[in-house]
Design a binder for this molecule. Structure first.
Ligand code: ADP
Ligand code: MG
Length: 241
């Protein structure tokens, strides 16, 4: 049964850091929702995503997907896909095989994996580029391929860590449309880090504001601006970037 993603009391400290990267951090995502994570640099946004993805082991707390505690579930089996600011594509594989990679390592036969990859390339409007070298693509095209590769694993949760911030503004709004298209087609939960409040408002239905590893407010975009729970929230939401 679909219950969504529940993050409960996550704490994570790194040696030598001035404050915990995450402290008693709790957050729930409803099925099909898109939450943008905002907060100052160093506030724990990437650590949150990495911990949810299983790339970081929390000191305390848990991550539950549809009621299942993921503590012992390895990253590649969590039903999550993560996309970073810089697309990490395999330079020695062409576009199609980059997208087909996840299916291939799961043992899906090459033909089926490739046919599947083709349909995900179409979803990100990169159809017909399968045989091209990834090194010849623009930054925006590479990011589309990275998203297609993530989606090819059919994740329940899409984790995006500043996925569009290296792209120029025009390309960025095209990527916002792409994301809403992906949501309509596949309906994953989306947790997306951005430092751009306008981007957050454009793509997300919920905002989560984080500071020094602590969740300050999680609410609708509108409520974040019109009903901040504290002076700190209104300062962070109202100030210049
Ligand atoms: P953000 O993504 O919001 O900029 P991060 O999650 O990257 O923040 O970092 C949160 C805090 O944890 C920062 O103080 C950062 O220096 C620290 N930190 C993150 N990853 C590591 C690491 N691997 N080793 C040591 N400190 C880290
Ligand atoms: Mg970060």
């Amino acid at each position: 049964m679909r219950q969504g993603l529940v993050v409960q009391g996550l704490s994570k400290s790194f040696k030598g850091a001035p404050h915990p990267a995450l402290e008693e951090f709790s957050l729930s995502l409803a099925p099909g929702s898109c939450t943008a994570v905002l907060g100052p640099s160093g506030s724990g946004k990437s650590t949150l995503l990495r911990t949810v993805a299983g790339l970081e082991i929390p000191d305390r707390g848990s991550v539950l997907l549809d009621g299942q505690d993921l503590a012992t579930v390895r990253p590649e089996r969590r039903g999550m896909a993560m996309v970073f600011q810089r697309p990490l594509l395999f330079p020695h594989l062409n576009v199609l095989d980059n997208v087909a990679f996840a299916a291939r390592i799961r043992g899906v036969p090459r033909r089926r994996a490739r046919a599947d990859a083709e349909s995900f390339l179409e979803l990100v409007q990169m159809q017909g580029t399968g045989r091209r070298a990834v090194t010849g693509l623009s930054g925006g095209q590479q990011q589309r391929v990275a998203i297609a590769r993530g989606l090819a694993a059919r994740p329940a949760v899409l984790l995006l860590d500043e996925p569009f911030s290296a792209l120029d503004p025009e390309l960025r709004s095209a990527m916002h449309e792409l994301l809403s298209h992906v949501r309509e087609q596949l309906n994953p939960m989306v947790l997306m880090v951005t430092h751009d409040r306008d981007e957050a408002s454009a793509v997300a239905d919920q905002l989560a504001l984080i500071s020094e590893g602590t969740l300050l407010q999680h609410s609708s975009v509108e409520a974040m601006y019109t009903r901040p729970v504290s002076l700190q929230v209104s300062r962070l939401m109202g100030g210049t970037n």
